[in-house]
Design a protein around this ligand. Structure first.
Ligand code: ADP
Ligand code: MG
Length: 421
């Protein structure tokens, strides 16, 4: 029998120190505790981890969590253990796998984090069969879909494993899934359509603005000067990151550090730690920065060029204002961004081209719109928002935007033309 609501509340308070659920968390947890497979689509920062960690604590047996990145797993491991949850990872980077296996077999683990490729190993399936599994949690579940923005073929290896344990409920979690991708995740992971729970995507405290790029260092300096709190600037290449970090450090008097995958791991770790601890630092970064970083007081996110897709835009801007306080998201775009995106599009294989192009077109529509940015963004995620939010550039300064839109339309027409070939 499922734990009663009083037990659930007690565990929420005692293990996690939270006085209540947020958003759809309680709906997701209730389904899972009653053994129903579920796909929960919840924005970044909405608290997806809790929806499997709490059942993992309450249910008999272990919750097996699939996660795409070792770094993410280790972050999760640290925070779970800090709450006193019995958790372990089983990855190639772990030296203590023997202890992990012993604890797992003895039923002494609440959570076991694995990478998707582990799922195809017969020895792993045998291991699961000889243990008690309470739940399969599939984090970043959009990775299973070719429609998703981050397809990982390894995620396709999961289905046979899941099917080998038909009575164990499945909980798939993602922050970014449009209608197509959601349906595909449900189908790929064998979850019934009525198992879909979608949280609201609106982030009302974020003020959106999108502007044509002219002199980017000057424009970014303006954003930094207007926003004294911590901020992230996304730049498209490592070279741009280095260059902008140097220029902006010299011109703004703020602490500005770079972050990209080409830096030595210890430099990256140091810069990230400095940012997380700071109340006024600016991080100039590639998209390598952000996943799994828990900093609630980021006051601005600026894009020095376009993100890869509208999903990427939502995810990256979503790192601003997780504490609910007013924050801004400013994107500076140029026609050359779209030229580069088109070149990249030509390189991907046929199967992905259509979905990638649609994502790029959705981003182009967001850029060129004279309608409310928030409304366009939320409609992309299947919501029916009010026509005007009053907290984006097109709502606040409609005149300027009409000029920008004329320019945008001209420059972006090339994107649509590619779509027709
Ligand atoms: P997601 O995976 O959806 O991006 P996380 O699971 O990392 O989000 O949670 C984001 C933050 O929200 C974490 O700091 C977490 O401790 C916090 N959080 C989650 N649920 C609650 C809750 N019910 N009350 C307060 N804080 C919560
Ligand atoms: Mg998460």
């Amino acid at each position: 029998p499922a734990p009663d609501p009083a037990q659930v509340r007690a565990a929420l308070q005692e293990t996690f120190g939270f006085s209540g659920f947020r958003g759809v968390q309680d709906q997701v947890v209730e389904r899972v505790l009653n053994g129903h497979s579920t796909l929960a689509v919840m924005p970044t920062g909405a608290g997806k981890s809790l929806t499997y960690q709490l059942p993992a604590v309450l249910l008999e047996g272990t919750c097996v969590v699939v996660s795409p990145l070792i770094a993410l797993m280790h972050d999760q491991l640290r925070s779970a253990r800090a709450n006193g949850i019995r958790a372990a990872t089983l990855t190639s980077a772990d030296a203590d796998w023997r202890e992990t296996l012993d604890a797992f077999r003895a039923g002494q683990l609440d959570l076991l984090y694995i990478a998707p490729e582990r799922a195809s190993q017969p020895a792993f399936r045998d291991l699961l069969a000889s243990s008690r599994i309470a739940l399969f949690a599939i984090d970043e579940a959009h990775c299973v879909s070719e429609w998703g923005h981050d397809f990982r073929p390894d995620y396709r290896l999961l289905r046979p494993l899941l099917d080998a344990f038909p009575h164990v409920p499945r909980l798939a979690l993602t922050a970014t899934a449009d209608h197509h991708t959601r349906q595909d995740i449900l189908a790929q992971l064998g979850i019934a359509e009525d198992g879909l729970i979608v949280a609201g995507f609106d982030r009302p405290n974020i003020r959106y603005a999108i502007r044509p790029r002219d002199s980017i260092a000057r424009q970014l300096k303006g954003v930094i000067d207007e926003n004294p709190g911590p901020g992230i600037i996304y730049a498209p290449t490592r070279a741009r990151v280095e260059q902008l970090a140097e220029t902006l450090a010299a011109q703004t008097g703020r602490r500005v550090l770079p972050y990209h995958a080409g830096l030595a791991p210890e430099v990256r770790a140091r810069n990230q730690a400095a940012f997380v601890a700071s109340e006024d630092m600016v991080m100039v970064a590639t998209v390598a920065f952000g996943m799994g970083i828990d900093k609630p007081d980021v006051r601005f996110v600026a894009h020095a060029g376009i993100p890869k897709s509208i999903e990427g835009y939502y995810q990256e801007t979503g790192r601003a204002g997780r504490d609910g306080d007013p924050s801004v998201a400013v994107m500076f775009w140029g026609a050359d961004d779209f030229a580069r995106a088109r070149m990249r599009l030509a390189e991907v294989d046929e199967a992905r081209q259509q979905s990638e192009r649609q994502r790029l077109e959705a981003l182009a529509r967001l850029i060129e719109t004279a309608d409310c940015r928030r409304a366009v963004l939320l409609r992309h995620f299947g919501e029916s928002p009010p026509a005007r939010c009053g907290n984006c550039d097109t709502c606040l300064e409609p005149v300027d935007v009409i000029d920008a839109t004329t320019l945008a339309r001209k420059l972006l027409s090339a994107v649509y033309r590619t779509g027709q070939t």
